[in-house]
Design a binder for this molecule. Structure first.
Ligand SMILES: [Zn+2]
Ligand SMILES: [Zn+2]
Length: 443
């Protein structure tokens, strides 16, 4: 059983005796869905139980239709559900409750079948692209009497197994291919990769950080309750909450403030190092579970007292309202309100007086207030720094030509060298190199 979340996600599947088995049954094997089982996992068991492949079962249920690489957890259509219901004796509602539809109204508001669903990335391969949307816990699978995939392993904010306190895996332990639920094969009673034949239970999960397990419990509880009590703010609808978490997750995962925010929110040197190693990628849903858990941990800290901690972090790393909100209609009020109230105004400019004081301070320390030293001190690219800065080196005027790099050579010599180089059809650097080599007796 999925520990600590008995009624989370799936609702309750009726006990066997409550199921209506009086309907005419077409298929011999009609397994009951297991706790929190995903639709694809159940569909695979129905197919395997009846000795056909998922593609064949799909064609039997919907004559003339082809499964191809469809993600049935998301795209099981009403006709398919009706026919499966007719042949297995399980109510359509129960079958629909195995699909993503169980999270409609809590994790996402509607699904037109085309747009990306936040927190529910595709699983497997989409044309040539790999997508690691199906996660799993090898320890849960090894303990299952009948190994099966949990629906909650599809949720992007779920990155750890609360039952085992370990990080989930999202690829084949043998060949690193993404998991395609309907292509898994059953071998020796376990689920195996169709490509390399390796068992999913061969993977060794790493222990999860206790803070990650705790925050995940908060995240999953919102599905069950439909709302969250956000410290510092009050009650918040689950939809707004997941939207908020997704905005914050993107902020620490990608974009120009990601690294600074990670640095600011990390609480130890070790954590700072670990979060700095996570690449800044646009497709945040491709971040593997272990890394995702580390980034979600930082999001949890931003939510510890909303919006105080978030606003403080934004001010510390220089995030302004303009950087956060491009379309006010696309963000929930819980985000819009504090950002517009507390982070309005453009980025703060360093004043002339501040830059002057910084230059004086550097001189007092015996350092030269160059442009580099001033901008490093403020961690900004300031116009004012250019005004206050002293040139780093006193040097002779440069020759013309953007490639001319020889400092300290007189203008006449440069001009003559350039003329000679052009005459010989060389570029200046190459000609000077040759001339110096010859003068120095180098090969
Ligand atoms: Zn587990
Ligand atoms: Zn494999």
């Amino acid at each position: 059983m999925y520990c600590g979340s008995e009624d989370f996600v799936l609702g309750s599947i009726p006990e066997a005796e409550e199921l209506d088995y009086s309907v005419p049954i077409g298929w011999p094997a009609r397994p009951r869905p297991l706790f929190d089982e995903s639709f694809a996992s159940w569909f695979l068991r129905v197919a395997q139980g009846n000795g056909v492949t998922p593609s064949e079962l799909y064609r039997v249920a919907l004559p003339g239709a082809y499964l191809h690489g469809a993600d049935l957890d998301r795209s099981a259509c009403p006709d398919l559900l009706r026919e499966l219901s007719r042949k297995t004796g399980l109510a359509v509602d129960i079958l629909q409750g195995l699909t993503f539809a169980r999270w409609c109204g809590s994790v996402y508001d509607e699904d037109d079948g085309r747009k990306k669903l936040t927190w529910l990335p595709p699983a497997g391969r989409e044309k040539s692209r790999k997508s690691y949307g199906q996660q799993f816990c090898p320890l849960c699978l090894s303990e299952d009497a009948v190994p099966y995939l949990r629906g909650s392993w599809r949720l992007g904010f779920v990155s750890t197994c609360p039952h085992h306190g370990t990080v989930l895996l999202d690829r084949c332990p043998g060949c690193s291919e993404p998991i395609q639920p309907l292509k898994l094969v059953r071998r020796g009673g376990g689920l195996a990769c169709p490509r390399c034949g390796g068992h999913l239970t061969d993977g060794t999960p790493s222990p999860a950080h206790p803070e990650d397990v705790r925050f995940q419990a908060v995240l999953t509880r919102a599905i069950r309750d439909g709302w969250v009590d956000l410290p510092g703010w009050g009650s918040l609808h689950a939809l707004a909450f997941y939207k908020l978490v997704s905005i914050l997750f993107r902020l620490v995962s990608t974009g120009k403030f990601a690294r600074a925010l990670r640095h600011h929110l990390s609480q130890s040197l070790e954590e700072r190092y670990a979060t700095a190693q996570i690449p800044v990628v646009k497709e945040v849903e491709l971040i593997p579970p272990e890394r995702r858990a580390q980034l979600l941990r930082l999001v949890g800290r931003l939510l510890a007292s909303w919006p105080t901690d978030f606003i403080a972090a934004c001010k510390a790393v220089g995030v302004s309202q303009g950087c956060l909100i491009k379309d006010a209609a696309a963000v929930p009020f819980v985000f819009l309100e504090p950002v517009t109230r507390l982070l309005s105004g453009g980025p703060r400019r360093v004043t002339q007086a501040e830059m002057q004081a910084a230059a004086d301070e550097l001189r007092r320390r015996g350092e030269q207030p160059t442009y580099g030293a001033l901008t490093t001190l403020f961690n900004v690219k300031a116009v004012e720094a250019e005004r206050q800065a002293e040139p780093a080196l006193a040097h002779e005027p440069y020759g013309q030509g953007r490639y001319w790099k020889l400092d300290g050579i007189s203008p006449e010599v440069r001009a003559a060298a350039r003329k000679m180089a052009h005459k010989e059809g060389e570029n200046v650097a190459g000609w000077v190199e040759k001339a110096l080599r010859s003068q120095l007796g180098l090969p």
